[in-house]
Design a protein around this ligand. Structure first.
Ligand code: ADP
Ligand code: MG
Length: 418
């Protein structure tokens, strides 16, 4: 079946108009992460009937499941890198601009006013509106984001230093990653060569392998959540959907283009869904747009379940093989999720020649070194409007008495770790 004209989809967060609205409905706005709507059974039933090989047969084969494996390491044993009531206070930070907007709030560039000159004093502050988190039933996700980010430390994962809350928002203080989103660089280049793709994909695989060793699934892989640091290495940001899962979980969330079939079918998903997303990301980097896209989220779901992939003629056979192996609808046959685990990916012929240890030590020259002239340079981000300061009361002046207020505030009570 013809897939129609191929034009790269734009993320609503990257439209010419700038920031996106705070809707989480994915029906009409693909390329937007959020707790997703379950697909309409009638639509998908039809999609399956049209498919050459029915996905149902393959899904039935999956019902014979293996018992969950314990994690290689326990997150609770890891050092906590974030202090709850440390020496930092919200009002020690000055807002310098807006780096991005998201579903529940925004990310600001801030400067630590009390830092000594010439020290590392610029940070990214993720600000989430508490009433929005509650309204969109994301309390558990936000608390998991804090718990996970406070303990993971990896060269390809953004660092969380501190968290705060005031009467309106919760705040996460992160390292500022100045090179902008991989999304921006990819759209500018249109597509990447296999060598450039290999570099980025290899770093993501190491980051996911690390997270999976704690049984953390990430669930929101896409070029908007990958930032280039000053050396040109990727940093995974946005742990809003990350979860510790011993076996499978059933919450529908993620970004339509990147959802694995088992997520769409509410069949329970686990680490294998992240490896599926690697296949989508690899295709998007090599081709310039993802393999399954449509005007609507339902249209995307149908295409994912139908499984038809349009291969550009100039794509090499080995790249095609790698992507096919990641995009296997049967999780038990999907690359990264078989008996050999992620090591199968590292040993895959497509990655031949990659020095994985040197890469993890950041000893390999990155393909794009972002140009920046100062440590508050924001040229790689959209120039979004300055946020209204009254919406961030705790950043302007210390609110009194916060601990007392938190004890009686039913919303603050849901974010006790912040
Ligand atoms: N540490 C950071 N450094 C620089 N920019 C960031 C950082 N964290 C987030 N951003 C920018 O803000 C955007 C939204 O942040 P993200 O954590 O993905 O929020 P959301 O959960 O709303 O998607 C990102 O896509 C990126 O452009
Ligand atoms: Mg994001």
């Amino acid at each position: 079946m013809s897939e129609g004209p191929i034009t790269p989809p734009m993320s609503p967060g990257h439209s010419e108009e700038g920031c996106m609205e705070d809707s989480i409905t994915v029906d009409s706005e693909p390329r937007f992460s959020g707790p997703t709507q379950p697909p309409m059974a009638s639509n998908l039933g039809q999609a399956q009937q049209e498919g050459k090989q029915t996905l149902n047969e393959e899904m039935d084969a999956l019902k014979v499941t293996t018992p969950p494996k314990p994690p290689l390491r326990l997150l609770e044993d890891e050092q906590v890198h974030v202090e709850k009531s440390g020496s930092l206070r919200l009002k020690d930070f000055e807002i310098k601009g807006t780096l991005g907007t998201g579903t529940f709030g925004r990310v600001l560039l801030v400067r630590l006013k009390t830092a000594a000159p010439a020290t590392h004093n610029y940070f990214a502050m993720k600000v989430l509106r508490k009433t929005e988190i509650v309204r969109l039933r994301q309390v558990e996700h936000v608390n998991a984001e804090r718990y996970i980010m406070s303990r993971v430390r990896h060269p390809f994962v953004v660092d969380l230093y501190a968290t705060f809350q005031d009467s309106l928002n919760i705040y996460m203080l992160l390292s500022y990653v100045p090179g902008g989103e991989l999304f921006t660089h990819l759209r500018r280049a249109q597509r990447f060569t296999p060598d450039v793709t290999r570099f980025y994909l290899a770093t993501i695989i190491l980051a996911l392998k690390y997270l999976h060793s704690f049984n953390i699934i990430y669930r929101d892989l896409k070029p908007e959540n990958l930032l280039l640091d000053s050396r040109g290495y990727l940093r995974l940001i946005d742990f809003g959907f990350a979860k510790i899962v011993d076996d499978r979980t059933w919450t529908l969330c993620g970004t339509p283009e990147y959802l694995a079939p088992e997520i769409i079918q509410s069949d329970g998903h686990g680490k294998a869904a992240d490896w599926w997303a690697c296949g989508i990301l690899c295709y998007e980097m090599l081709v310039g747009y993802p393999p399954f896209f449509d005007e609507t989220a339902y249209g995307i779901y149908e295409k994912i379940l139908r499984g038809y992939i349009n291969w550009p003629k100039d794509m090499g056979r080995s790249s095609r093989d790698l992507i096919r192996e990641f995009l296997h609808p049967d999780r038990s046959k999907r690359l990264g999720n078989m008996i050999g685990g992620p090591q199968d990916i590292l040993d895959h012929p497509w990655f031949r020649g990659v020095d994985w240890d040197a890469l993890e030590r950041c000893e390999i020259r990155a393909p794009i070194i972002p140009h920046t002239t100062s440590n508050d340079d924001t040229r790689h981000f959209l120039h979004l409007p300055f946020p209204p300061v009254e919406e961030m009361p705790g950043l302007v002046k210390e609110e009194q008495p916060l601990p007392l207020q938190q004890r009686f505030d039913p919303i603050a009570y849901q974010f006790l770790e912040f």
